[in-house]
Structures are given as C-alpha cells and as structure tokens.
Design a protein around this ligand. Structure first.
Ligand SMILES: NC(=O)c1ccc[n+]([C@@H]2O[C@H](COP(=O)([O-])OP(=O)(O)OC[C@H]3O[C@@H](n4cnc5c(N)ncnc54)[C@H](O)[C@@H]3O)[C@@H](O)[C@H]2O)c1
Length: 381
C-alpha cells in the first residue's frame, strides 16, 4: 500500500492492485508531554496514517505548548489523563509519564477502550504490572512496552544466534554494564516520581536484552543489593539533596530451567564497566561487548560493541567474531512506534507484550524487595 493523500482525519490509500480506498487515520493521544513524549511525537508526525488529536500533562499549560510545538494546534490539551481518556474518539495512547504514573494512566486508558504504547519500565512494582495486565485483558485492547532496542539489528542477531541452537542450552547469562558518570536529572532521581533509579531506568533494557535473547524464562528468586553513594554525594552529583533513588545495583537471579542471570547496573561508579553481556551455553558461549565503556547508556539505543562466539573447532577452543550490522540509531524509536501502530490497525498482537515484560518487572520488583530486606526473595507469579 502507498499512502498518498491527506484529507482531514481520513487518508486516501493506493493499493498494489491500483484501487483507491479511503481510511480513517488512527487517532492518538499522548499522556505525559515531557522529554520522551517528543520522540513519540516525532515518530507519529512522520506517519501519514495517524493523527495526534490530544495530549495531557498535569503541569498546567505543558500539554498545550507541546501540541503547538508539533503544529497540532487543533488537538485538545488536558491537565489529567482521565479527561483525555473520557474521549471516546481516540484509538490509542502513548503513556509517557514518569514511572510512578504508568499504571495510573495506562489502566484508565485501557478501560476506556484505548490501546496503549507504554514507556519502559512497565511500572515500579510487580503488582502495578499485574494490574495493567488485568486491565488489558478486561478491555481486549493491547499494551506494548517501549523497548526500542528490540528493533536493533545486532540485538536481533544475538537472539537469532541463541535461538538457532548454536550455544546449546544456555545456563548462565551476565547482563549489565553501566555508566561511570551518568546520573540523569529531572524526575529520574526523585523516588516519588521515578520509584527506582539506575536499576530500572537503564537496568530494564539490560534485562530485556538478556531475557529476550533466551526466550524470556520465568524468574524464580532474586538476591540483590542497591546503593546510592554517588547520587547522595555532592562531590559527584550537583543535586545530591534531591537524590532519593539507587545509582548502582547488582543481583543474582535464578530463572526457570536452571538458568542463572547475573545483573549489574550503574549510573555512576569508579569503574569503566561492570562487564560485558555474556551467554554461556553447553556447546558455545557468546560475548557482546559494551560499545563505549565511559558513555554506555544501558543499551537503550541498541548499540553494541564486538560480538564474539566462543566455541571448539576440531577439538580446540576457538573464537569467531560475529559481523556487526551498521544501524541507524534514530530509526529504532520510530520502528517501535510503527510496530505498535501497525498492530493496532491490523488487530494484531502487541509487538512487545506484557506477557514477557511482566518477568522483567518481576525482577525489578524482586531487586527492590531484596535490597530492602537484605536477603533473597521469591518471585510470586
Ligand atoms: N524509551 C526511551 O528511550 C526512554 C527515554 C527516556 C525516558 N523514557 C521513559 O519515559 C518516561 C518519561 O520520561 P521523561 O524523561 O519524558 O520524563 P519527564 O519527567 O520529562 O516527563 C514526564 C511527564 O509526565 C507528566 N505526568 C506525570 N504524571 C502525569 C499524569 N498522571 N497525567 C499526565 N501527565 C503526567 C509530567 O508532568 C511530565 O511532564 C519514563 O518512564 C522513562 O523511563 C524512555
């Protein structure tokens, strides 16, 4: 199909067979019009078959300014997500609020009949994640979680290598990385708003990369620690008095199938990296190096360093470099929004479904609980 003519809320589409059909554009609302909402808006703006018709933000005037910035002057601006959800002419929403408001906004959106593209992490607690899934089921709508690195060529290649059986059964995975100095600002460091720090902000990407590559096995137990030595120290961080989340965490996670997941994540530390991604299988191993230790952002942009296969050849331990694909960073975000739009339009399944990401959320919840109580906790799913 080729989209070729705009006409208000409708679009004329030329099919491959030369027929012209008139379709309604998908009507979108954006809830939370802060930083990342701009990336959603840029993607929607590039799609001729969608129309952003509303925005909501609890800061007075912020949604209006945001919509105007993108030229959507006819779109309605609201100061609560409930007002936006009350509209029955909106097909789908992007939920781009800070983490503590993900469930608060995703649930009414679903229950009022809207599909939801929900930013990562899915939520803060496991219960919030389960509540989102219950609303999804009740509504019959889809929720897709915003992990754009899934659309990275190298991430897909790692999954393909592991799925092909090259490594045999995978029994140990190390995931993490982190930043040497990279504590963000704004709402990310405020426990009331973000809920958690590095462990969920960039940690959820590292978890998704590891778990998605091995088919998302269920987590069983978590033993974790979390620290805030850099964020709370004015020597290292300018807003130390406002810092109320973690800046480093580490966890030992038992997964179904006898698989161990070793996780480390930092926003700040006296080290270049907490390690590469490694996958140990009974037949071979795979190492995915961090692209740039100093600036590594938790694989959020899908960038990786060298990928190497460790295997035996003619009885001798051998290393084979895996060719790395060049990828356009900017396109990953658009790919994630496009996949969501396509799923909504075709009545398809969520591209990044809650049935997978609830395991990611369960681990984050387990890390928070275990770090607080000081011993291993069970994951009850
Ligand atoms: N996928 C990515 O690459 C990526 C990158 C950055 C952030 N994120 C995620 O996006 C989310 C938002 O991050 P951000 O940097 O845009 O934060 P932000 O603080 O800049 O923006 C959040 C906005 O949501 C608004 N808001 C809060 N509660 C609301 C509610 N109940 N109803 C309506 N609006 C509400 C706030 O007023 C604020 O304007 C976070 O969950 C973060 O983890 C994803």
């Amino acid at each position: 199909m080729c989209y070729n003519q705009n006409n208000g809320g409708r679009i004329a589409v030329l099919t491959k067979k030369g027929m012209v059909i008139i379709m309604d554009k998908l009507r979108i609302g954006i809830i939370g019009t802060g930083g990342i909402a701009h990336s959603h808006a840029r993607a929607y703006k590039n799609f001729e078959d969608v129309e952003v018709v509303a925005g909501a933000d609890i800061i007075p005037g912020k949604a209006r300014a945001f919509l105007d910035e993108f030229g959507w002057t006819d779109a309605a601006a609201y100061e609560t997500c409930e007002e936006l959800c009350a509209r029955d002419d909106i097909d789908a929403v992007s939920v781009c609020t800070y983490n503590s408001q993900h469930a608060t906004c995703a649930i009414p959106a679903l229950l009022s009949g809207k599909h939801v593209l929900l930013e990562k992490p899915m939520a803060i607690t496991l219960q919030q994640g389960l509540d989102i899934m219950a609303a999804e089921k009740e509504s019959g709508k889809i929720v897709s979680i915003g992990f754009q690195p899934r659309y990275g060529a190298n991430f897909q290649k790692v999954k393909e290598i592991i799925s092909s059986g090259q490594l045999g059964d995978v029994y140990y995975v190390q995931t993490g990385g982190g930043r040497r100095r990279g504590i963000p600002g704004g709402t990310f460091i405020d426990k009331e708003k973000a809920g958690v720090g590095a462990l969920a902000d960039i940690g959820c990407y590292a978890l998704d990369f590891a778990l998605n590559s091995i088919g998302y096995p269920k987590p069983l137990t978590v033993s974790a620690v979390a620290y805030d030595y850099f964020g709370k120290n004015p020597k290292y961080y300018g807003e130390a008095n406002r810092f109320s989340v973690d800046d480093f965490s580490s966890a030992f996670i038992r997964l179904e199938g006898g698989i161990t997941l070793d996780f480390r994540m930092s926003w700040a530390m006296h080290m270049d990296t907490t390690g590469d991604f490694i996958f140990l299988g009974k037949d071979a191993g795979l190492k995915v190096r961090q692209p740039n230790y100093e600036l590594w952002g938790g694989a959020w942009d899908g960038t990786v360093g060298d990928i190497t296969l460790f295997h035996d050849f003619m009885g001798a331990p051998t290393q084979t470099p895996v060719p790395i694909a060049r990828q356009e960073k900017g396109n990953l975000f658009e790919a994630k929004v496009r996949a969501f739009v396509d799923a909504v339009k075709t009545g398809g399944k969520a591209p990044i479904p809650t049935s997978q990401i609830i395991y990611n959320q369960a681990i984050i919840d387990g890390i928070i609980r275990s770090a607080a109580c000081g011993h291993e906790v069970e994951v009850n799913l």
